[in-house]
Write a protein that binds this ligand. Structure first.
Ligand code: GDP
Length: 324
């Protein structure tokens, strides 16, 4: 019988790539989607990957426990991937309570639904490198202390510890992937990499003249979402649930990303990038750099796509999209 996966946040970047990966492995995939009056499910990412017809979509919300219990009971999943979140750090300062409800408490709803309706399933929580915030060690591993610097990061940290607690208290197979930033052509336009690749493509095509950014010196350990969803799946194939850092081990600045994107198009970033105070944050995470040696050792996981390859793929995808 085919294995069954249930993904919250299936219409997001990671949800779409993960669904594609699991379908390719013969899974039956069900995804939770928020209904809204203005858009038919917002499943454009699933369409982009050519899998919109292959994923079963069910209405729901991670803030609604009774709905989750019913869905988990009906779907009887072998694996549950909790990717739903209010995931944009900047927006978490203007909507701190919503972020706490969805990104923090929402995870406990999914854990409770699993404990009640499918206690034998395996659970993946999408934890975040933003939990390291004001970094306490130069390279962050599973052992590095956390110091969240945004309502988003504080909510993710709560969810992370609840996942650990449900594992240790109730014996659930619950794992947490501490994923460093991961991008792709399916990344939302509000995140800096996609904002840059889309902005540069617009400038190249004469659709815009400038690109307004914030802190160009911020550094992140940027990987490709397609590489990172492989790690999520691997975590749930282990006998023992655990926590894993997923990262490339290389850090680059926002300015570096601009140089790759503009450079690929034969443009000079100095001619187009404008620094705008509006894009700065009340508290900044200056630098993140992950140590994924445990994932390599235990899961046999390694990233395969370089930053340069990824940014070029994103620029080309944005060019093609804008030309259409
Ligand atoms: P995050 O690490 O989850 O917050 O991912 P983002 O892609 O939103 O931001 C990464 C870094 O880029 C942060 O340090 C931002 O301050 C910095 N950054 C600089 N300019 C911008 C901008 O215009 N938009 C966004 N989203 N981030 C920017």
């Amino acid at each position: 019988m085919a294995r069954r996966a249930f993904i919250t946040g299936v219409t997001g970047q990671d949800g779409a790539y993960l669904a594609a990966l699991l379908l390719g492995k013969g899974y039956e995939v069900t995804g939770l989607v928020r209904r809204s009056s203005h858009a038919q499910y917002g499943d454009h990412r699933l369409k982009h990957l050519g899998i919109a017809g292959s994923v079963k979509l069910v209405d729901g919300n991670v803030t609604d426990l009774s709905n989750l219990v019913r869905v988990v009971a009906e779907e009887a999943p072998d694996e549950i991937y909790n990717l739903a979140a209010q995931s944009f750090v900047q927006a978490s300062w203007s909507q701190p309570i919503l972020t706490g409800n969805v990104t923090g408490l929402g995870v406990v709803n999914v854990l409770e639904a699993m404990r009640i309706a499918a206690p034998g399933a395996r659970f993946y929580q999408a934890s975040s490198s933003e939990m390291y915030g004001l970094i306490q060690e130069e390279r962050q591993s599973e052992k590095t202390p956390f110091y969240p610097r945004s309502p988003y990061a504080a909510a993710k940290l709560y969810a992370h510890w609840m996942t650990v607690n449900y594992r240790e208290s109730f014996g659930l197979h619950a794992s947490s992937g501490i994923l460093f930033n991961h991008e792709s052509p399916l990344r939302g336009l509000e995140f800096v990499t996609r904002k840059i690749t889309n902005g540069a493509a617009q400038i190249k095509l004469g659709l815009a003249k400038e690109l307004r950014l914030g802190n160009l010196a911020a550094r992140r350990d940027w990987g490709h979402a397609r590489d990172y969803v492989r790690a999520m799946h691997l975590m749930l194939q282990q006998d023992k649930p655990d926590d894993f850092v997923i990262a490339t081990g290389r850090t680059a600045s926002v300015e570096d990303v601009c140089r790759i994107a503009f450079g690929h198009l034969g443009l000079a970033m100095e001619d187009h990038v404008v620094v705008d105070a509006k894009n700065f944050r009340p508290a900044e995470v200056d630098v993140l750099l992950g140590d994924a040696s445990k994932a390599k050792r235990v899961l046999g996981w390694m990233p395969e796509i370089s930053l340069e390859e990824m940014i070029v793929e994103m620029v080309e995808s944005d060019l093609a999209f804008l030309r259409r």
